[in-house]
Design a protein around this ligand. Structure first.
Ligand code: AMP
Length: 290
């Protein structure tokens, strides 16, 4: 397994793979890898000749006061996990200096206008611009055939899918289901921030989402009733402070109202974010009528 840090070396590596007619699968991450990330790597391994994992804590997607400086770093363990799964290249991008991901004087941004606005976009106004821009850069560097993202970050997944489509990037965006802990908590690098009491209550977020999903599967179609069942469950966990919980069109992320819920082709998503102390978690359930 190769490990590279300089953008120029990464470009050269990917170019030689493409010249050899090998398909490239890209798995962008910010490291602190867990089984959620690894599920993407495994799928890429199954579908592509060469698998590239990027580990880059992208500064431009963090707002002031967010956790950029304390974002967990577990590089040795990450590299070991990648080695075990047969990854071909891990690109550990530099934030500054020679060969850095962002060139000096960088000032070009990719904005996905509508999808970036609601849900997390309300509370993290520059986040999705940073995500779209860094993923565009990684796409330019590696020119992968396929790129793998998790539906745990539902809004991000939809946004990147839209971006690849709009800019005719010719890259297949592959979205994979959320991997959860045994008790249902969606795996996240940020779960490491939780103390034992917070960890015990974190499960409330997925329980509440799944309670609403059960109601939906039982035939309930009113967004209001579904949200009530979410909030009723969440209120059993006093440490869990909901920031938002909304039901939206699962494709456009536009608002939905009662009569349309079952007629939408892609269904709807119930997406939520919540704080446990200073740690912010997000999760969602896709309510798909099919
Ligand atoms: P991150 O390192 O948090 O930027 O995540 C890198 C990729 O892994 C993104 O596409 C995430 O959506 C995906 N991911 C993170 N957590 C999970 C999870 N629990 N299940 C599936 N995919 C995940």
């Amino acid at each position: 397994m190769k490990v590279l840090e300089r953008v120029e070396d990464a470009i050269e590596y990917a170019e030689s793979m493409r010249r050899a007619n090998l398909s490239i699968g890209l798995v962008p991450t910010m490291g602190a890898l867990h089984r959620g990330h690894l599920s993407l790597v495994e799928q890429a391994r199954r579908e592509c000749d060469r698998v590239i994992v990027t580990i880059f804590v992208n500064p431009t997607q963090f707002g002031p006061g967010e956790d950029l400086s304390k974002y967990p770093k577990t590089l040795e363990a990450d590299l070991e996990a990648c080695r075990e799964l047969g990854v071909d290249l891990v690109f550990c991008g530099r934030t500054e200096g020679e060969g850095a991901v962002y060139s000096e004087g960088f000032q070009t941004w990719v904005e996905v206008e509508k999808i970036s606005k609601p849900l997390c976009g309300v509370y993290r106004p520059i986040h999705f611009r940073g995500v779209a821009t860094v993923v565009t850069l990684l796409f330019e560097i590696f020119k992968p055939h396929r790129a793998y993202f998790g539906l745990k970050d539902f809004q991000q997944a939809r946004l990147l899918e839209r971006m690849a489509l709009d800019l005719r990037m010719g890259i297949q965006v592959c979205l994979l289901p959320t991997v959860r802990e045994d008790d249902g908590l969606a795996m996240s690098s940020r779960n490491r921030y939780l103390n034992p009491e917070e960890r015990a209550e974190a499960v409330g977020l997925s329980r509440a989402l799944h309670k609403a999903r059960d109601a939906f599967e039982g035939g309930e179609t009113s967004p209001e009733v579904l949200l009530n069942s979410f909030h009723e469950e969440v209120s059993k966990y006093p440490l869990l402070k909901v920031q938002y919980a909304e039901i939206r069109d699962a494709w456009t992320l536009e608002e939905v109202t009662e009569p349309v819920i079952h007629s939408l082709e892609q269904g709807v998503v119930l997406a939520a974010s919540a704080f446990l102390g200073v740690t912010r978690l997000i999760d969602n359930v896709w309510l798909d009528p099919r």
